[in-house]
Design a protein around this ligand. Structure first.
Ligand code: BES
Ligand code: MN
Ligand code: ZN
Length: 502
């Protein structure tokens, strides 16, 4: 769907559907809606009253324009109470309106910049994100693709001349963040027989070529030379060769250097500590962290923040076989620390340990963010709509949490309780890979902390939020692309906003 800006009043825009906003608890129509209502001889006001339309956030209804406007139909969307309007309500309302328009068979949709309170650029970005992400579907493998239901363009009418540039900027940002998140969703929704470690590496190479990024892909022998015994230990049971991926975006005037490490388990069977059928159900999505990192790297060259960004992914699946790592095996990481594997299903932290060690040695970042579907414990703690953020640096943690807030992705701080480190003690190695069940998200993070050393680091555990079993306000069932837009907001803030400066 294309996003465009048009000058002039809402009532002049042509198309199949015109979106009209309605706030809860307000008897009166908005000034734009009043103009629409006049053109319709009061039909809009009457229809809303008779439909008992309350203006609850995401509520929709539609009516025919009866040839009295340049559009065929109106879709009315509820915004919730005016005083509570946030960019996140705009995303949700935009998604609801566009889904309704799509279900009505609309190809061209027109709207004003929805919402209040925030500046026009921020509202336009939220509008574009909600619209684009709300319409996302994954139908590659369906014979019948519903092309009769595809919105081709969304035209945003901006009457005030002075706001047009800001709206254009906001929509451009929305296109990029939505492209990144949709790309991540595609990778997550693709099954593990298509997204192998080799395929992930090919995606990285394609992204690098298109955007002029540096890329290095290490095969098994190269990882051996680097000493990545933990990463390779996870790959031992697999028929699929491992790939370690290093993408780099390095603009000339970069300030900070940032490393983004994504968990890239293309399928997690648990290994010899095999999961149950139920536990394996969506383990094709155990590369959601990697998908988010690839999505970010894909759009960075067009966002142009003044910050150096390295994307790192240790890609492998986790499979049982005669050659698989066994409980009790001891692995030597790139950092030199040894790990007793007391549970082969705690594989993510093994791959991340080597990815973080690589980052410290080869990238030397000013700060490091990892994003991983790491623990069922985190999803038990925070549920399906929220990720956990654990950090060795409160300042960095705060900046990432602020980025999440901006992006409309829920992240919540969890504590790194030092006393729990005891649970990771091994009798035979420097560490073991799992502690007791209580506090499992915390011990997993404490394990990673051992490898981050003195580098400011924040760990995002997205096990609960990466994948959704039911449709969300602007995500379809399946991969959410969770964290992608948070990471973009974080990088943009770290780089002084790049293209957003005008
Ligand atoms: N990929 C899983 C975590 C996960 C679970 C993600 C459910 C999404 C939904 C991870 O590799 C894992 O298996 N973790 C174990 C750790 C345990 C063995 C300490 C877990 O959470 O059960
Ligand atoms: Mn596992
Ligand atoms: Zn896993």
């Amino acid at each position: 769907m294309k996003l465009t800006v048009s000058a002039g009043p809402l009532t002049d825009v042509a198309g199949d559907v015109l979106v009209v906003e309605r706030y809860a608890g307000e008897p009166r129509l908005t000034p734009e809606a009043v103009r629409v209502d006049r053109a319709l001889n009061g039909l809009l006001a009457r229809a809303l009253a008779e439909e008992r339309f309350e203006g609850r956030l995401g509520e929709t209804t539609h009516l025919h324009a009866a040839g009295r406007l340049a559009v065929k139909r109106l879709v009315v969307v509820g915004m919730g109470p005016r005083g509570e309007c946030t960019p996140e309500s705009i995303r949700r309302a935009a998604s609801a309106a566009l889904r309704r328009a799509r279900d009505l068979g609309a190809r061209t949709v027109a709207t004003g910049v929805l919402g209040t309170r925030a500046p026009a650029r921020v509202r336009a970005q939220a509008l574009g994100e909600g619209a684009l992400l709300g319409l996302y579907t994954f139908d590659r493998y369906k014979a019948k693709k519903d092309e009769s239901r595809a919105v081709e363009s969304l035209t945003v009418a901006v009457a005030e001349r002075g706001e047009r540039a800001a709206v254009r900027d906001g929509l451009r940002l929305a296109e990029l963040t939505a492209e990144a998140a949709s790309f991540a969703r595609d990778l997550i929704n693709e099954p593990a027989n298509s997204v192998t470690p080799t395929a992930l590496a090919h995606h990285a190479e394609t992204i690098a070529k298109a955007g002029g990024l540096r890329v290095r892909v290490y095969d098994r022998a190269a990882c051996e030379r680097l000493g990545m015994g933990a990463f390779l230990g996870v790959n031992r049971g697999s028929q699929e060769p491992p790939r370690f991926i290093h993408l780099a975006y390095a603009p000339r005037r970069a300030g900070r250097r940032v490393a983004l490490v994504g968990k890239g388990i293309t399928f997690d069977s648990g290994g010899l500590d095999l999961k149950t059928a139920e536990g394996m159900a969506w383990m094709k999505g155990d590369m959601s962290g990697a998908a988010a990192v690839l999505g970010v790297m894909k759009v960075l060259p067009r966002l142009r923040p003044a910050v150096e960004v390295h994307g790192l992914i240790a890609a492998t699946d986790n499979m049982p076989s005669g050659s698989a790592t066994k409980p009790g095996d001891i692995l030597r990481t790139m950092s030199g620390k040894t790990i007793e594997v007391n549970n082969t299903d705690a594989e993510g932290r093994l791959t991340l340990a080597d990815a973080i060690a690589y980052a410290l040695r080869e990238v030397k970042p000013d700060e490091l963010v990892d994003i991983a579907t790491l623990t069922g414990a985190c999803s038990i703690a925070l549920g399906a709509l929220c990720g956990g953020a654990l950090a060795n640096d409160p300042g960095l943690q705060r900046r990432v949490l602020r980025a999440a807030e901006e992006a409309g992705e829920r992240l919540w701080p969890l504590p790194l309780i030092e006393e729990y480190r005891e649970g990771l003690k091994s009798d035979v190695a420097d560490l073991r890979n799992t502690g007791p069940r209580p506090g499992g998200a915390i011990t997993a993070a404490l394990f990673l902390k051992e490898f981050a050393g003195a580098t400011p680091w924040v760990h995002l555990d997205i096990a609960g939020a990466a994948f959704t079993e039911k449709e969300l306000p602007y995500a379809a069932k399946g991969g959410v692309g969770f964290g992608t837009r948070t990471l973009i907001a974080y990088v943009m803030a770290a780089g002084g906003r790049g293209m957003r400066r005008r």
